[in-house]
Design a protein around this ligand. Structure first.
Ligand SMILES: [Cu+2]
Length: 201
C-alpha cells in the first residue's frame, strides 16, 4: 500500500469533520415550540456608534399566532422592537407598542429598512464576526436564548438582495406551476368538448 492510500482515510475523515464543524458554526438557527428562528444578525456599528440594528426571520409553523414581546441583551442598555412608518412623507421609526405579531403559518422578517430590533447604548465595540447572546421573549412560546452574529452592512445588504432574488425566483416557479394547472384544465375542457362532439356525431 502506498503512503497516500494509507493516509487517505485519515485525510477524508479530517475533511468530513471540518465540514461538519463548519456547518455548526455557520448555521445560526434556533427553534422553540412551533417557531423557527433563522439567522439572527446585527450590523457591526461604524466607528464608535453606540446604536445598531438587529434582524431575524421568524417562521411560525403552528396554527396559532404569537407575539415577540421583548428582546433582552447584555451588550446594550436597551433593545427595542421598532417599526418603520411613513409620517408626513418622512420614514420614521418607533417602538412597537405591545410587541410584534407573529401570524400563524407565516414568515415574519425583521430586516434592514423594515421592522427591526434597535440596540441602543452599546456597551462594547462590536465587530464583524462577533457573536452575542440575546433572549427573545414570546407571548405564547416563552423565552429562548439565541445569539446575534455581527456582520458588516455590506454583508447584510448582500444577503437581503440574495433573499429577495430567491423570493422572486420562487414566485416565478409558482407562476409556472399555476400556468401548468391552468393549461391542464384547458386541455380537459377541450377534451370534454371533443368527447361531447363525438357522442353527438
Ligand atoms: Cu430603530
Amino acid at each position: 500500500m502506498t503512503l497516500i492510500a494509507k493516509i487517505l482515510p485519515t485525510i477524508l475523515t479530517a475533511v468530513i469533520i471540518c465540514f461538519a464543524s463548519m456547518q455548526i458554526t455557520f448555521a445560526n438557527d434556533f427553534k422553540i415550540a412551533d417557531l423557527e428562528i433563522r439567522h439572527p444578525h446585527a450590523q457591526a456599528p461604524f466607528n464608535n456608534a453606540r446604536v445598531t440594528g438587529g434582524y431575524i426571520t421568524i417562521i411560525n409553523n403552528g396554527s396559532t399566532a404569537d407575539k415577540l414581546i421583548a428582546v433582552k441583551v447584555e451588550f446594550a442598555e436597551k433593545a427595542e422592537i421598532h417599526e418603520m412608518k411613513m409620517e408626513n412623507d418622512i420614514m420614521k421609526m418607533r417602538a412597537l407598542e405591545g410587541g410584534l405579531s407573529i401570524p400563524a403559518n407565516q414568515t415574519t422578517s425583521l430586516s434592514s429598512g423594515a421592522n427591526h430590533i434597535m440596540f441602543t447604548g452599546l456597551k462594547e465595540k462590536l465587530n464583524d464576526g462577533d457573536k452575542r447572546k440575546a433572549i427573545l421573549v414570546f407571548e405564547k412560546a416563552g423565552e429562548i436564548e439565541i445569539s446575534f452574529s455581527f456582520e458588516t452592512l455590506m454583508k447584510i445588504k448582500m444577503r437581503t438582495k440574495k433573499n429577495s432574488m430567491k423570493m422572486k425566483a420562487k414566485d416565478h416557479s409558482e407562476m409556472i406551476k399555476s400556468e401548468i394547472i391552468k393549461n391542464d384544465m384547458d386541455h380537459k375542457i377541450m377534451d370534454h368538448k371533443n368527447m361531447d362532439k363525438t357522442k353527438h356525431n
